[in-house]
Structure formats: structure tokens, C-alpha cells
Design a protein around this ligand. Structure first.
Ligand code: ADP
Ligand code: MG
Length: 626
């Protein structure tokens, strides 16, 4: 017999799991049963491709056996079993993907995420067992092995006897402690309830020996115990059931059981159709972002079943990228079992289903927005960004589908609003949908560029995410109203008096502005009198399509092509600083250069842009002070 240590990571996980993080200890049974079911599935797959094997349904089952006297619980399956190597690999190490998370140890907050996302379900057995024994014989192998472990110390593997192919997990249940009644997991009623609650839809029978008190034969007052093997689960996949038979809890449990996530989904969508395309689907809209959602590792897709049999784990063709957060499954009778991935991509049925699903998700999200605003906002906080990417990508081909789902922060309402809500509040004279960009709501609220629009009493959308302005530019106009940045050249605000004045001033100060332009050389495209400033002295705006915010985003991207906005320095001619500029222009060229540089750098700072030379800037300020 060999004694082995767990790999370091497994050891840590075990510690975490057993000692603190997992609050719902009862899920251990669900995990072990789902492993057993997976193991039978694996045999089933083999029989599909190997002519020498036959799958006789009645030979495949899972059995849960409780022995109160010994304090042992067994989970027996007739699945594919494990070879010695597989025992080492699968039970001695955490699922490989798990290692990623453990590098980021600090981010481990609650155990749910770990177990769900890395499939380390087996280890949950140690939450309720002081010793776990696995006796297993792999398909096609002559030898059986016994794996045993008492937890973090390590495990042993030795050869043993086992007649049939399959696996037996034996749990030596912990003694009761002050706050946990572990021995309860040996009670028939408890086990039965747990199987019903978590594993009802498992496609193979989960059997138990059930004891029932019955009248003794030939007697009318004497009772005796009858033991009878019963199948506890209904084996009917939840998606083939009638919606009316199912409660929200059933869907939530299913989401959990399937490891779709450990949040509570904000919405489930149950589709049963029998039109041109026949399929059932259960889809979930999660509440929280999976930890790997915005990484390359995240794979979108739905499980694909054909008549109750899983044919693909993540069928990505079923979901557009912008709905990649949706979890769930599709079961269609119209798909062939042996269909290959390549064929699937061209499958007409599948395309129809995908289109159908896309529309359904959209309409469900809209109804969530309409009827359960808070929930929608929760969802939007997590996945709004993805919807905005959807608007922007593929040259805006899906913007019509998505634009009604977008929300932006409103300067007036001080919360997220939809574009439709914005439009509904616009007055006759307001021409455009105004927006302002910046790092945060607080920062945008202070931007000088918003002054004029604000004074007009118009609502401004605050765009705080880097994708926002790109998405807005892609939409261009909503319900025939164009979007307009508060920094854009023409604000569409009629103010003849002011307009004439600025035009006159522009002409009158042409030379001053030219001079300032030379001082700032290639940093800016132009210096102008401002039509949008009220109390602030200066601000930066842009000519052309690339805004300053977009420049920031683009320059932070890898292989950026150094795309720059055409910056314009606007001067508030009603501000006293303007007088000072004029005076300096007439009397003291050096001073003008100093003022111009300081003002330009101020404008950069307000815009959230780095200034070129902070030391020079502070020196300049000092020069002004003494
Ligand atoms: P997951 O099920 O997500 O892969 P687990 O920790 O639950 O992670 O199980 C680890 C691995 O151990 C499984 O992937 C499987 O290869 C193996 N395993 C666990 N239980 C059984 C079983 N009853 N029969 C065969 N293999 C099993
Ligand atoms: Mg598992």
C-alpha cells in the first residue's frame, strides 16, 4: 500500500472546504450523485461508438445505502469506474482549471464559487465524512482499486476485490458536534428528501432500500418492517415538464445542480415550442458576473440535448456574443445524435433555434426592464457592458435588437435611464440627445463643457464606461434624434446674442488666438471662444469624429495606432482670465506663454488626461504666485 500526499492545491482546498467556506453541507450528496451519473453517461457514450458494447438501460443505476450501525453511507454506481491512474489524477489533484483560482488565493470569498466553477465536487464529501473510501473498477480492466483518505493528510491506494465495473463511495460519517448533526445524513427520510430536492431529474434511477411498516400478514394489529428497493427520483428532465408543474425553487435548484452559477438567476426562461422548430429550452439570466466572464477563458454556449441525451456541452452557435452570459440548455428532437460540430454549424434547425432563442431572450429582458426594474438594474450592472459591446461589434448590425436594453446615467434623474425615457422627456425645442463622457459620474458632473446644456435645462447622459461612446456613435440616432456630445462644435442651442458675440470676439482676437496656438504648437488644433462655458475659464473639446474620451480608450489598447483627437482649447471670454490674457498679449509675451501653458494643462487635468510635464506645470504655477 502506498501513502500519498495530496497535491498542495488540493490540500488547501480541502482545508477551506472542511473548515469554513461551505455552508450548505448537504450538497455533498448532490455532488457524489452527479459524479455517478456522469460515470454512467460515459459508459453510454462508449456504447454509442463501440459495437461490442451494448447499453442495457436496466443495468445502470445509482444506489444510496445507509448503515446506521457502522455509521456509513455508500453511494454505489454502475458507471465507467476509474483506473489506478485516473484515481490519482482525478481524486489526488483538483480539477486542473482549479489551479488558476488558487493562485489568486485572496479572491476566494465563498466556497460556492470554487466548487461550482472548478468541479471539485468530490471533495465536498469531507465536509460530512471523517474518512472517504472509493472502491472502483474501470470498464475493460481486470483489477479493482481502493482509494482511501481521512482528509488533508493524504490518501492511500491499494489493489482490492470488486466483481463488477463501477464505483462505490463509502463515507464514514462524522460524529455529531455541538452545532452540526452529521449523523442525520444516515436517516432514510433525510436522504430521500435530499435526492428529491437536488437530483430528481438525474436520468438514471437513484435507488434506496426503503423500510415501511406494514400489517403482518394474517393479522390486523401486528406490524412488521418491510424493506423494499425503490427508485427515488422521477428521472424526468425538468425541461420536458410542464411549466405549471414547476416552482421558482425548482428552477433555482436546477441552476445550482447544473453548476450554472452560485448566484440566484434574475430570471429563468422556459421555452417549449412545437411549431416549425420543435425544441425545449431552459435558459437562465444570471445575476452576478462569473469570475472569468471578461477573460479569454470564458466560453459561451448552451448545453445541447437531443431527446434527453447530451450531445454537446457548450454549443456556442446557439447564443450571440452579446448574450454570452445566458446559461442553460436546449433539447431538440430534430437533431441527430451523431451530428458533428462542423455539421451542426450549418444545421438549419439549429440556426432557427438560435434565432428563436435570441428573440426570446430579448423580449424577456425587455419585460424584466418594464416590470422588475430593480432586478433589471442588477442584471445591467453585471452585463450591461456586454450589451454595449453587442451594439458596437459587427458594424452595428445588432444595434436595433439591443438599443432598447441600454441604460445610461441621467444628469437629471441621478440614476440609470433608457434611451426611450430620455426621448420621452425631451422638449419641442431640444434637438439632440446630449451626452458627456468621463471616468465617473462625479467627475462628469463637474465638467465645464456641460454648463451651457445644463443651463438650458436639458438632460445629459453620463457615459462612464470606455465602450459607451463607441456604442453611442454606432447607434447614431435613436427614434430620429441624434446624439450630441456636450463637447462637440455645434451644440444645436440657439442663442443668437451669444453667437454674434463669440463670432465678433473670434475675429477680434484672431491674433491672440493664433499666438496661443503657436505657443501650444502641435498639442492642439485650434483656440476659440467658447459657446458652452459659463463660469469656467477654459475647456478642451474636439473637432471631428474622435473625441478626447475615445482617444483615451484607444491609446490604452494594445497595438493602438496612436489615434489622436483634434483638440480645441476653448476660452470663456466672459471670464476675467480672458482680460488677463489680452493684457499679457499686448504687454508681455513671456507672460502670455506662461498663462497659455497653465490654462492648457488645467484643461487637460479637468478632462482626466495626464499633463505632459507635471514639474514644469507646478513651476509655472509658482511663477504666477511670486
Ligand atoms: P467534476 O465532477 O466536476 O469533474 P469532481 O471533483 O466531482 O469534479 O470529480 C473529479 C473527477 O473524479 C471526475 O471528473 C471523474 O473523472 C472522477 N470521478 C468522481 N466520481 C466518480 C465516479 N463515481 N465514477 C467515475 N469517476 C468519478
Ligand atoms: Mg462532480
Amino acid at each position: 500500500m502506498e501513502k500519498r500526499e495530496f497535491k498542495a492545491e488540493s490540500k488547501r482546498l480541502l482545508d477551506l472546504m472542511v473548515n469554513s467556506i461551505y455552508t450548505h453541507k448537504e450538497i455533498f450528496l448532490r455532488e457524489l450523485i452527479s459524479n455517478a451519473s456522469d460515470a454512467i453517461d460515459k459508459i453510454y457514450y462508449k456504447t454509442l461508438t463501440d459495437e461490442n458494447l451494448k447499453f442495457h438501460k436496466e443495468n445502470y443505476y445509482i444506489k444510496v445505502v445507509s448503515d446506521k450501525d457502522k455509521g456509513e453511507l455508500k453511494i454505489i454506481d454502475t458507471g465507467i469506474g476509474m483506473t489506478r491512474e485516473e484515481l490519482e489524477e482525478n481524486l489526488g489533484t483538483i480539477a486542473k482549471s482549479g489551479s488558476l483560482a488558487f493562485k489568486k488565493e485572496n479572491e476566494i470569498k465563498d466556497g460556492y464559487d470554487i466548487i461550482g466553477q472548478f468541479g471539485v465536487g468530490f471533495y465536498s464529501a469531507f465536509m460530512i465524512a471523517e474518512k472517504v473510501t472509493v472502491i472502483t473498477k474501470a470498464l475493460g480492466s481486470d483489477e479493482a482499486y481502493k482509494w482511501e483518505s481521512k482528509g488533508a493528510d493524504g490518501y492511500t491506494i491499494e489493489v482490492c476485490e470488486k466483481e463488477t465495473v463501477g464505483t462505490e463511495i463509502i463515507l464514514k460519517i462524522k460524529e455529531n458536534s455541538e452545532d452540526e448533526n452529521y449523523q442525520d445524513y444516515l436517516e432514510e427520510y433525510k436522504l430521500r428528501n435530499l435526492i428529491k430536492k437536488y437530483s430528481d431529474f438525474i436520468r438514471y434511477p437513484i435507488k434506496m432500500d426503503i423500510t415501511e411498516r406494514k400489517l403482518k400478514e394474517g393479522s390486523d394489529n401486528e406490524y412488521e418492517d418491510h424493506v423494499e428497493e425503490q427508485t427515488i427520483n422521477s428521472m424526468v428532465p425538468i425541461w420536458t415538464k410542464n411549466k405549471s408543474e414547476l416552482t421558482k425553487e425548482d428552477y433555482d435548484n436546477f441552476y445550482f445542480e447544473k453548476h450554472y452559477g452560485f448566484d440566484k438567476p434574475v430570471k429563468h426562461i422556459h421555452i417549449s415550442t412545437d411549431g416549425a422548430v420543435m425544441y425545449n429550452a431552459i435558459l437562465f439570466i444570471p445575476e452576478r458576473i462569473p469570475f472569468d466572464y471578461y477573460t479569454k477563458e470564458y466560453e459561451k454556449g448552451l448545453e445541447l440535448y437531443s431527446n434527453g441525451v447530451l450531445i454537446m456541452n457548450k454549443c456556442s452557435d446557439l447564443l450571440p456574443d452579446y448574450f454570452s452570459f445566458v446559461k442553460g440548455l436546449v433539447d431538440s428532437q430534430d437533431l441527430s445524435l451523431n451530428i458533428s460540430r462542423e455539421m451542426l454549424q450549418h444545421d438549419r434547425q439549429l440556426k432557427l433555434i438560435a434565432k428563436n432563442i435570441k428573440n426570446k431572450i430579448k423580449s424577456e429582458l425587455l419585460s424584466l426592464l418594464k416590470n422588475e426594474r430593480n432586478k433589471y438594474e442588477e442584471f445591467y450592472k453585471s452585463f450591461g457592458r456586454q450589451l454595449k459591446y453587442g451594439v458596437y461589434s459587427d458594424f452595428g448590425s445588432d444595434k436595433d435588437t439591443l438599443q432598447d436594453l441600454l441604460m445610461f446615467y441621467s444628469s437629471k434623474e441621478k440614476k440609470l435611464i433608457t434611451l426611450d425615457e430620455y426621448i420621452s422627456r425631451m422638449t419641442e425645442e431640444q434637438k439632440y440627445i446630449y451626452y458627456a463622457t468621463g471616468d465617473s459620474v462625479e467627475r462628469i458632473a463637474k465638467l465645464p463643457q456641460t454648463e451651457m446644456v445644463e443651463e438650458k435645462g436639458y438632460e445629459i447622459l453620463y457615459l462612464t464606461e470606455d465602450i459607451d461612446e463607441f456604442a453611442i456613435k454606432m447607434i447614431m440616432s435613436y427614434k430620429e434624434k441624434e446624439f450630441r456630445s456636450v463637447s462637440s462644435g455645434d451644440l444645436g442651442i440657439e442663442d443668437k446674442e451669444n453667437e454674434n458675440k463669440t463670432e465678433n470676439e473670434d475675429a477680434a482676437n484672431k491674433e491672440l488666438f493664433e499666438k496661443m496656438k503657436t505657443i501650444l504648437s502641435d498639442k492642439i488644433k485650434d483656440v476659440r471662444t467658447s459657446k458652452r462655458l459659463k463660469s469656467h475659464p477654459v475647456c478642451l473639446t474636439n473637432d471631428g469624429d474622435i473625441s478626447i474620451e475615445m482617444e483615451k480608450v484607444l491609446s490604452s489598447m494594445p497595438n493602438n495606432e496612436n489615434i489622436k483627437a483634434d483638440k480645441v482649447l476653448e476660452i470663456n471670454i466672459n471670464h476675467n482670465i480672458f482680460k488677463a490674457l489680452k493684457e499679457a498679449y499686448e504687454k508681455d509675451e513671456e507672460k502670455l506663454a506662461l498663462y497659455t501653458n497653465v490654462l492648457y494643462n488645467q484643461a487637460l487635468l479637468i478632462e482626466g488626461l495626464p499633463i505632459d510635464d507635471p514639474v514644469e506645470f507646478t513651476n509655472n504655477i509658482c511663477k504666477l504666485m511670486i
